[in-house]
Design a protein around this ligand. Sequence first.
Ligand code: COI
Length: 359
Amino acid sequence: MLNIRFEQAKTLKEKPQDETKLGFGHIFTDYMFQMNYLEGKGWYDPRIVPYGPISLDPCCVVFHYAQEMFEGLKAYRTADNRIQLFRPDKNIERLNRTNERMCIPQMHPADVLQAIKALVEVEKDWIPHSEGTSLYIRPFIIATDCHLGVHPSKSYLFTIILSPSGSYYAAGINPVKIIVESEYVRAVRGGTGFAKVGGNYAASLIGQQKAEELGYAQVLWLDGIEHKYIDEVGAMNVFFVIDGEVITPTLEKGNILPGVTRASCIDMLRSKGYRVSERPLALEEVRVAAEEGRLNEAFGSGTAAVVSPIGELNIDGKTLVINHNEIGPIARMLYDELTGIQWGRIPDPFHWVEPVCKG
Ligand code: COI
C-alpha cells in the first residue's frame, strides 16, 4: 500500500465548457501522480503534485535510447454519477510485460491501481458528462540515469497524467479510411511490437504522415518479414469479418499490441456465439474476399478509438469500399455493448468494471 503525499496546486485551471469539442489528448488536468525508482531502493516517494513540466538532465537515457513505456486506459462517469475504470488489471499486467521487455523494473499491480484511483478521485470533477466522453489516463515510465552508454538505467520516473477526451477520430464512430503501408514496417518478430513503447509509435510516424497527406485516418501495417500478413492499424487492433467469421491477427508472433479492447471484443463476441478466429490473416485473403463479396465488415479496436468501423481500405492505390462505407452490425453491437458497460448503462456480466468513487 502506497503512502501517497499530496501537494496542493496554487491555482486551478478552467475546465472545458464545451464537451463536444474535447477531441483526444489536448487538455490536461490540474494534478499528476509521480513516483521514482532507484536500484537498491525500489519505487519511492509516491506523490500527487500539480501538473507541470518535468525537469531532466539532457544526458538522461530516455532522450538517447528511448528506454520508456506507456499505457492508456479511461475513467468513465455513469448516468447515476459513479466513477469507474474498465479492466485496469489488464493494463497493469501489460505494463509489467512491457517493463520486462524494456528492462524497466516491475511494479506492484496493487500500487499502480492505487495510484490511478487516487489521482482519478482527486481529479473526478474533470471527468466529462456527455455521451462518448471520458477521462483518458496515461501512465508512463522514463529512464532517468545520466550517461551515454547503452545500458539499462538504474533510475526511473513513473508519471500518470489525465486528459478529458471525446472521440479519437474526428469522424467519431463513423467509418474511417485506412491505407495499407507498402514500404515501411512497424514491428518484427523478436522486436517490441507487443510492448507499449514510444519507439513503436515513432517508427510508425512516417507511414502516418504519408497516410494523412493522402487523406487517410491511419495506416494498416503488414508483418515485417513477408509483408503479407495483416498486423494492426496505427492506434488500434483490427478485425475483419469474412463469411461471418470474425478474424483478428494472432498475437503469437509477438509483433502485435495485445489490446485490452481487442481481448474484450473477442470475449464479448464468443459469449454471444460468434465464430472468432485469432490467426494469421493475409492481406490477399481480405482482398479476394472483398472481390467475391464475402467481406462483410472491418473495424479497429482500442482504448482511445473504442470500436471504429473501417469504411475504406486503400491497397496499392486501389480503393476497397467495405460494407458500403457504413457501420457494420458487429462493430455497432460491440460499440454499444462495450460502451454500455463502460458508462454503466447495461449490466457487466464479465466483471470488467472497477469502481473508483462517487462522482
Ligand atoms: C490507446 O488506445 O490507449 C493508445 O494508446 C493508442 C494511441 C493513442 C497511441
